[in-house]
Design a protein around this ligand. Structure first.
Ligand code: SAM
Ligand code: SF4
Length: 324
């Protein structure tokens, strides 16, 4: 089992398979993807070795992310090879949903167990203003399809932004009356590229939490591979509400996640200064014992907190570099 000096256990791996993205989210890639890094992303064989190594070290959940992971044509193979590893029980995908409607059936067939779709507004014009794409209708149709296919764990991510969707919290909550999704409000995080936008748009989730509790929403008990959200349920709503509050005091105390970049670098934190290159150990299965030892030793260097509160964003220019 991977464990750090603070006793935090790591069951959950976030695997970026590309840093390319086709959207231009205002808070992430407002000018679109800039092709300024190599595009020699991990191959399916390398991903197979990586996932097998982590599974042997106790990882049970893999989240495939990016950039936009659904831009990779071999996404179904990647889902399948993750799911086939002994010990991996949950294979999740975070996507902007641009081809969800067309491809969700293939992903579920390949073994996807959980889906996160980013929807920063339920209003088509606002959605377009935030992402640069008129795709909301198709994304919502894709979600219906995912539900019809029997996918049980469907989550929606919405980044809170004062000047965009800041007044839409109730609209989202009303939407959950008859939608069995978990809607997670994510506090906007500062990154190397977005300081001005962050200052103008960051909203704390604390007031939303108070208002949920006042409206008889109850906290859900976390399980060991749970994500970073504090979740709430209400008997009158099919859906749940989650709050991801990276600026709250104890956010890092429950960290159970490690990250791998699309070029094969281990990031001990979303906001670390740099990744540790492990790609050379992914070339054949014989290298697994050495990599397992190295991974255990690297965890000794995992910092207790991300220090975002002090405005320290490490080497992270934007979250498309590594996945959120
Ligand atoms: N392209 C996919 C998507 O948008 O779902 C996957 C990658 S994206 C980096 C993963 C998540 O990070 C998305 O839900 C996105 O909204 C969120 N995100 C990106 N930049 C962020 C920021 N600065 N603060 C908070 N969340 C952010
Ligand atoms: Fe692309 Fe996701 Fe970043 Fe939006 S949040 S620009 S969809 S990587």
């Amino acid at each position: 089992m991977l464990q750090d000096k603070m006793g935090r256990k790591f069951h959950y791996l976030r695997l970026s398979i590309t840093d390319v993205c086709n959207f231009k989210c205002t808070y992430c890639l407002p000018d679109g993807y800039q092709c300024d890094t190599p595009r020699d992303f991990l191959s399916t064989a390398e991903i197979g070795n990586l996932v097998s190594t982590f599974a042997k070290l106790g990882t049970s959940k893999i989240r495939i992310t990016g950039g936009e992971p659904a831009l990779r044509k071999d996404l179904p193979q990647i889902i399948k090879l993750c799911r086939e590893q002994a010990g991996i029980t949950d294979v999740a995908l975070t996507t902007n949903g641009f081809n969800l409607e067309r491809n969700i059936a293939k992903w579920v067939k390949a073994g996807l167990t959980s889906l996160n779709v980013s929807i920063d507004s339920l209003d088509p014009n606002m959605f377009n203003a935030i992402t640069g794409h008129d795709k909301l209708k198709s994304i919502l149709a894709g979600l219906d399809k995912a539900q019809q296919l029997g996918l049980k764990k469907i989550k929606i991510n919405a980044v809170l932004m004062r000047q965009y969707n800041g007044n839409d919290v109730q609209t989202y909550i009303d939407w959950l009356k008859d939608k069995p999704y978990t809607l997670r409000f994510i506090e906007l995080m500062q990154t190397g590229d977005n300081l001005q936008f962050f200052k103008q748009n960051h909203i704390s989730g604390t007031d939303i939490k108070q208002s949920l509790l006042q409206q008889a929403w109850s906290p859900v008990i976390r399980d060991k591979s749970a994500g970073p959200a504090e979740e709430f349920y209400h008997p009158d709503y099919q859906g749940r509400v989650g709050l991801i509050m990276p600026y709250s005091k104890d956010f890092c105390a429950t960290c159970n996640r490690l990250r791998i970049s699309a070029l094969g670098k281990l990031h001990l934190c979303l906001f670390s200064e740099a990744g540790i290159d492990i790609r050379q150990y992914l070339q054949d299965e014989q290298q697994q014992p050495e990599l397992m030892q190295l991974l255990q030793s690297y965890l000794g260097d995992k910092a207790p907190s991300h220090y975002l509160q002090q405005g320290i964003t490490g080497g992270t220019q934007h979250l498309a570099m590594l996945g959120g």
